[in-house]
Design a binder for this molecule. Structure first.
Ligand code: NAP
Length: 254
């Protein structure tokens, strides 16, 4: 069995990495690890998932218990034992499957938190379709499409709903939508079933910025984006079943 460690560059994470390398009795592999230990926060977890999407992830949160890490600093011995004895439970996490189409290229990426489509310096006009049916013509800074796990990230700052990940949903949230007698959009966050497909299209080629989790793209000749949910794409290990309610409470309320 092979493993790799992705860690935040801070003293706690660096020290923990050295300890784990001494105690985990598996083979280090930086290219195609079967198991990946992530030390840091949700941000570190997201970048690790983009590096090794097919691995099983063991997340240790070095701050508060985040949304993706299932082991705390006090449970490091347990994590080592779980990895050495191949004894752990797994949770499957959904991602957005995003296809970005420009006149010059097609980019396919997945997002564990969200995808945003924005044009900060000017108004973006987007035709929004769900399952091939027109929903609205959006005018404003942009749109955010998030997963349930991503609902507590950027989506929450946009006043989107916090969504229990047991609900398999896509959520569309507006970023500074214009609403007047001339322009009208839904204005509220829209939660859609996992079976729906979203299409965002410009009437003519436009320069846009697309963010996919921590990644960003500047697309000069953007035409459209297709977004759907890929159920259970990412595998995360745990020993003690995580509580979503506790995570929400510890992160935002306590
Ligand atoms: P970052 O700016 O370093 O981190 C953004 C913050 O979001 C960190 O505090 C991170 O927690 C937290 N976070 C990430 N995923 C989360 C989740 N699912 N639920 C709750 N909190 C979460 O950026 P980054 O590390 O490159 O992460 C990219 C993410 O930043 C994007 O996916 C987007 O969601 C978020 N973002 C938010 C805003 C906003 O709220 N206005 C704007 C841009 C981007 P940790 O401290 O545990 O790492």
């Amino acid at each position: 069995m092979t493993y790799w460690i992705v860690h935040k560059d801070d003293p706690i994470s660096n020290e923990l990495k050295q300890r784990l390398e001494k105690q985990i009795q598996l083979t280090l592999d930086s290219m195609n690890p079967e198991l990946v230990v992530v030390i840091g926060g949700d941000g570190t977890f997201i970048s690790a998932v983009h590096m090794f999407p097919n691995a099983i992830f063991f997340g240790i949160h070095t701050g508060h218990l985040g949304f993706y890490a299932n082991y705390t600093l006090e449970e490091v011995d347990q994590l080592i034992e779980d990895m050495n004895h191949q004894s752990y439970y797994i949770e499957k996490i959904d991602v957005l499957q995003c296809k970005l189409i420009t006149s010059q290229e097609t980019i396919e990426e997945f997002a564990i938190n969200e995808m945003t489509l924005i044009t900060p310096p000017k108004t973006l006009i987007l035709e929004v379709e769900v399952d091939g049916q027109v929903l609205e013509t959006f005018r404003g800074t942009g749109l955010c499409i998030s997963t349930a796990y991503g609902s507590t990230a950027y989506n929450k700052s946009l006043h989107g709903a916090v969504v229990d990940p047991n609900l398999k949903t896509l959520q569309i949230t507006e970023i500074a939508g214009i609403n007047s007698n001339q322009y009208r959009t839904l204005s509220s966050p829209l939660l859609l079933s996992h079976e729906r497909c979203i299409k965002l299209e410009t009437k003519e080629e436009t320069e846009v910025f697309v963010t996919i989790d921590h990644l960003s793209y500047q697309l000069h000749h953007f035409n459209s984006a297709n977004i759907s949910l890929n159920i259970g794409r990412i595998t995360v290990a745990y020993h003690k079943e995580p509580s979503y309610i506790q995570r929400v409470r510890r992160t935002f309320l306590k």
